[in-house]
Structure formats: structure tokens, C-alpha cells
Design a protein around this ligand. Structure first.
Ligand SMILES: [Cu+2]
Length: 198
């Protein structure tokens, strides 16, 4: 958990490039960027990051704002964040920054939730009282089909990303994370910010 940022992001991107021949939300130019060897990806990690319209960074206020929509498109049976799932996207924020996530559920059929989880894969089918990595980094009633963020509803969470490392953004509704409703969330000791898809 305490590995330095740059090699771990490179490892993540390398794994994504190896495991996924083409993600649900990945553009062609981003796919090309992630197909470079891991050693080059490590050196070029910053260059591979983009700043999507749903992400903004206020350096003066040390705040990153993320607008994240559950079920943005129909990929992964709508169990996605901004169209990304199964770890095929990585949000990177600088360590020590405040992070505000404006979370909205556009899935017409089912509740979803969001939280920062310490795991980056091998998620259980169900979660018992999940604890976020950072205080406040979880939406209300995250495991409850009846009480989590319902179709058409929104929730805003905010937290301080005060520990560098590789984490994930996860939906805690039963079976959602295990069937791919998660993306990577990296807190950069080097102060990097942006998004990479694969
Ligand atoms: Cu979900």
C-alpha cells in the first residue's frame, strides 16, 4: 500500500493495457498511449494523463472536483462510473488535496453508491459496513438497494486525500463491484492530476 506512486501507476496502466484489448470508454488515442511498455509508461505517466470535462483542479484551493455519473452509458449493463468499469480508467489526484465528488445516478433501474476503497480488485460480492480509505469518502447508505443513491438522485462527498497510494472508486451495492463497477483512484505523491483510460 505504501509503494511510491510512479511505479505503481505504471504497473496499473501496464496491467490495463495487457488485460483489456479495448475498454468500454477508451478512445483510440488513449489506447495507443497505454500500449507502450511498462518501463516507458513509468517515465511517461504524467504525459499520459488527460483532463476530462468532468474533472477540474483548483491549485490555489488545493481542490479536485469530480463529476461522476453512475450509469452514464449502457456499458457493463450500466454498472459504470462515467462509462468506465472493470478498472479501465484511473483518476489521479495530488496527495493532500481536497476531493469533491458530485455523484449522480443516471441508471434508470437501480441504486448505486460510490466510495474510495483500499482494494484494487478481487472485490467481494457483498460488503459489511465498508470503511472508506479517507474520512467522508463514501456516499450515504452505500450497500443498501433501498437507501443508496436512487435513479435520478445525487450525492456529494468530500474528503482529503492525505495518503498517497493506489485505491479504487467502488460501488458497494451487492454484486456491483464484483461484476466490474469500479475504477482506479490513485493519490499521487508527485502531485499529478488527471485521468487515464485504457
Ligand atoms: Cu452500482
Amino acid at each position: 500500500m505504501n509503494r511510491s506512486f510512479a511505479p505503481s501507476l505504471a504497473a496499473v496502466l501496464g496491467l490495463i493495457a495487457t488485460a483489456c484489448g479495448g475498454g468500454n470508454g477508451g478512445g483510440a488515442e488513449e489506447t495507443a498511449a497505454t500500449q507502450q511498455p511498462a518501463a516507458e509508461a513509468e517515465a511517461g505517466a504524467a504525459a499520459s494523463l488527460s483532463m476530462p470535462e468532468w474533472m477540474s483542479v483548483d491549485e490555489a484551493a488545493k481542490t479536485v472536483t469530480l463529476d461522476i455519473i453512475a450509469g452514464k452509458d449502457d456499458s457493463n449493463n450500466r454498472w459504470n462510473f462515467n462509462g468506465y468499469s472493470r478498472g479501465n480508467g484511473t483518476v489521479v489526484v495530488p496527495v493532500g488535496y481536497n476531493v469533491v465528488i458530485n455523484f449522480r445516478n443516471d441508471d434508470p433501474n437501480i441504486a448505486h453508491s460510490i466510495g474510495v476503497d483500499a482494494r484494487t480488485g478481487n472485490f467481494p460480492a457483498t460488503f459489511q459496513d465498508p470503511q472508506p480509505v479517507f474520512a467522508g469518502a463514501i456516499s450515504p447508505n452505500p450497500t443498501s438497494m433501498q437507501e443508496a443513491t436512487q435513479p435520478g438522485d445525487s450525492a456529494t462527498i468530500s474528503f482529503t486525500a492525505d495518503q498517497a497510494g493506489d485505491y479504487s472508486l467502488v460501488c458497494y451495492i451487492p454484486a456491483h463491484a464484483a461484476t466490474g463497477m469500479w475504477i482506479h483512484f490513485a493519490v499521487s505523491a508527485e502531485g499529478e492530476a488527471g485521468f487515464a483510460s485504457s
